[in-house]
Design a protein around this ligand. Structure first.
Ligand SMILES: [Zn+2]
Length: 256
């Protein structure tokens, strides 16, 4: 399999001969405001340009949307992607949203979704701690991850916008993925804390799945994601898991 980091959580996953576009945020650099109430909200998003063309990103077999926040599914993605492209979504609410943007080929993921011989399993996540969800649950909403299973491939777990919690722990235990993609930018809400994984969450994943290869994504591309790649790489060395983690730059491909 191949994982190409594009920008933020946007990535191309090649798995069992199929190409998936994950969470497309395709806007030009600095074209929409920072997320209100989050750290560094004075910065405009995205912080960096796309490293490849939108045309190249459109050459896929399907899109996977883990949720529809603006840094995962933006106005340019809605406008530029072919309307007949298959889009996998987490629930009927997101399906309605995607359909209302003109997309005609959507599928809701569940525990036994089959696509071209690949089993896609929707997994739960939580976009912040329990106490953050109590305060901001309506805004943070529902998120999902996806497990990819195929006889000729290693099992892959795309965790999505979640912090470390029992959902992630259960998915690791149940599916024993050999490759785990983690949204690791430590995005911060002012005064409340992190709404995706930070470096300590990544370490927890490594401790729970010590043989898995981790891939860090959702870094250095939106205003509130404060963990740098450099800091995560240094932390992985200090904690002895640098050989278990890839922290690709935008545009870089990790071949597993
Ligand atoms: Zn996000």
């Amino acid at each position: 399999m191949k994982f190409q980091q594009i920008r933020n959580a946007t990535a191309i996953i090649e798995y069992a001969g199929k190409r998936f576009l994950v969470d497309p945020m395709l806007s030009e650099k600095a074209s929409f405001p920072g997320f209100p109430g989050t750290v560094n909200s004075e910065l405009s998003n995205p912080l960096v340009e796309l490293p490849v063309t939108i045309h190249e990103l459109s050459q896929v077999d399907a899109v996977i949307l883990t949720h529809t926040h603006g840094d995962h599914w933006d106005e340019i993605a809605k406008a530029a992607l072919p309307k007949d492209l298959l889009v996998f979504v987490q629930n009927e609410q997101d399906q309605k949203e995607v359909s209302s943007a003109g997309f005609t080929n959507t599928r809701v993921l569940d525990s036994e979704t089959e696509f071209e011989g690949i089993r896609l399993v929707k997994t739960p996540g939580q976009h912040g701690s329990d106490s953050i969800m109590e305060k901001l649950g309506d805004m943070l909403g529902t998120v999902c991850g996806v497990i990819f299973i195929h006889p000729s491939e290693k099992t892959l777990y795309l965790a999505g916008d979640t912090v470390w919690n029992h959902h992630v722990e259960n998915s690791l235990e149940t599916y024993t993925p050999e490759v785990v993609i983690l949204n690791s930018g430590d995005a911060q809400v002012v005064g409340l804390g992190s709404i995706i994984m930070g470096k300590r969450d990544v370490l927890k994943v490594h401790e729970a799945a010590p043989n898995a290869t981790l891939i860090a994504t959702h870094m250095e591309a939106v205003n509130h994601a404060v963990l740098s790649r450099k800091e995560l790489r240094e932390f992985s060395i200090e904690n002895g898991f640098d050989t278990n983690i890839a922290v690709p730059e935008d545009g870089e491909t990790v071949v597993i």
